[in-house]
Structure formats: C-alpha cells, structure tokens
Design a protein around this ligand. Sequence first.
Ligand SMILES: [Zn+2]
Ligand SMILES: [Zn+2]
Length: 337
Amino acid sequence: MSRPPVLTFTDKGIYCPAGDFYIDPWRPVNRALITHGHADHARPGMGTYLATHLALPVIRHRLGDIDADGIRYGEKRTIGSAQVSFHPAGHVPGSAQIRVEVAGEVWVASGDYKVVDDGLSDPFEPVKCHHFITESTFGLPVFRWPDQAEVAAELNAWWRGCAATGKTAFLGAYSLGKAQRLMALLDPDIGPILTHTAVENTNVVLRGQGIPLADTVHVTPDLNPKDYPGALVLSPPSAQGSAWARRFGPQETAFASGWMALRGIRRRRAGDRGFVISDHADWAGLLWAISETEAENIYVTHGYTDIFMRYLNDNGWNAEVVPTQFNSDMTETEDGG
Ligand SMILES: [Zn+2]
Ligand SMILES: [Zn+2]
C-alpha cells in the first residue's frame, strides 16, 4: 500500500495531504503555515495562519485582521495525522523552517534562510530530515559573503566619507530584515540614522516585540534635513533618487544586497556604491545547510534552481527543481536578496 508523499507541490503551494494544510501558499487556502513575513511567503486571504510568535507581529502589520495562531520554536503540534514544528531559519526575525513528520518520515520546508548569525534573528538551526526543500537564491559559486565585520567597516567608511564632505548618505535596503541588519552594523557615532516610513513602521513593530534596534529618526514631512548633519538615510531602494530623497540636498546612494557580488549588476544599479550583504545563504552556506540536514532528497526552489540542482545531483544527492512563486529576481519587493 502506498501513501501520498508527506509534502506535495501544487498550483496553490506546498501541500501536506496528511494534515490538509499548505506552507507559504500563494493562493487562498483554509489553513496556511507561514515561514516568515516577506510578501512572497505571507500572502493575504488564508482562512487561518500559523507562524512563530516572533513572526506574527510583522505578518499582522502587513495583512491586517487575520485569524492567526502563534507557535514557539521547537513546539510540536499535531495537525490531522501530521506532526509539525517550526525551527529557526536565521533569515529575518521570527523566520522558520517548518518540519513535518508523518508516520516517521520527515520533511523540512526551509522557506528562506541564512546561516550567518545577524544578532537579531534566532540563528539558523539545521534539522535532520529525509526530504529538504531549499531555496537557491544565491546558488552559484560566485556568491560568497565577505565577513560581516569587513562589510561593516566598508559601510561605515563610506558613511564617514559622505558626512565629511557634507553629503547625505542614502542607503537602500528592504524594510523587513535587511534594514534592521544594517542598523546593527552602522556606527552611531558617525551621525544620526534617519528612516523612511516603510523602514520605521517595521522598526516600530520589531521594537514592540522586544528586538533591540539602534536609535533612528523617522523622516516625517516636517523634518528639516539641516537639523541632521552627517545623517545616513535608510529607505527602500525605490525611494532613492525620488522627490522624497532630493530634499536632502547633495547625496550619495548605496545599496546593500547579495546581488552586489556580481560586478555587472553593481555597475548597472543606480546606486553609487554596493555592499555585499544578504539575508540569504551564499553558495557555501546552502551546501553546508543541506549537508547538515542529512537529507538524501532535495527540492530546489527559487533562484539558480537548475544549476544548483545539477550540482547536487552530481555530488550524491537526489535533487529536483520544484515550481514555486517565491521571488528570486531583482524586483524591488520585500525580499530581493
Ligand atoms: Zn524572505
Ligand atoms: Zn522568498
């Protein structure tokens, strides 16, 4: 007698027949388990939501009045004939990998993850499993993240240079995750950190749940840039070079993303400077995480899926690409790398 796989890939998302739930579905379903609050993973219209207590405030902030339940990392829940638990993914605060066990067979859907400890998110925790669903946003050997201290030094040297020449430093970053991570790396002795509303709204939610963040000044319409010499402005990339930004006078722009590891992209971006910093695992990080799971079967979603799958197959795994609608391109969404 054969039973259906623990997780299947459907046109609505990753589905668990034994528990009748979906993981990060992209179409409305009755029961959704959500790995984290980025827009491509936490979508509106689900009957009920289950996410970590740490991820829920941001999800509620984005989706409004939803029927949602919180779960702690490591806590076990039985849904139908499946047992589920959430484990740290290290991607953004509250992000989780979701472990699903049915009749002794274990699958893990990792959502997005990074293996570097950013000091804000609970660090990535490998979970042993038989089947592992991995992202591959940066699944090419050219993606190797420099040491965080090295990036922080570059970033602060750039800001110090802007401040010394009377320019405002404009740093583009996605409002959930990347912005807070940069705040942790910036040296507050250089000057004030000013924030665009999109960034500050997320800061307010995260501070409200006790995540320690650097002091910031919200850029409101009546803020006078002259009162903040030497400032660095953190904004979504789309706000750079806009009318909103021009009121700050002479300025330099920079963008922080894993994509900055590609020289061509660095040149094409509007930003004057690019800093290589990402909320996703780099090539070595992906391979390390996959090895640690001890899974034999790997499902590859978003990013350099085909190349990454081929590498895995050539190196002893059973890997296949699965179709998902998670973002992997450079569009200016909340999860661009
Ligand atoms: Zn994400
Ligand atoms: Zn994603």
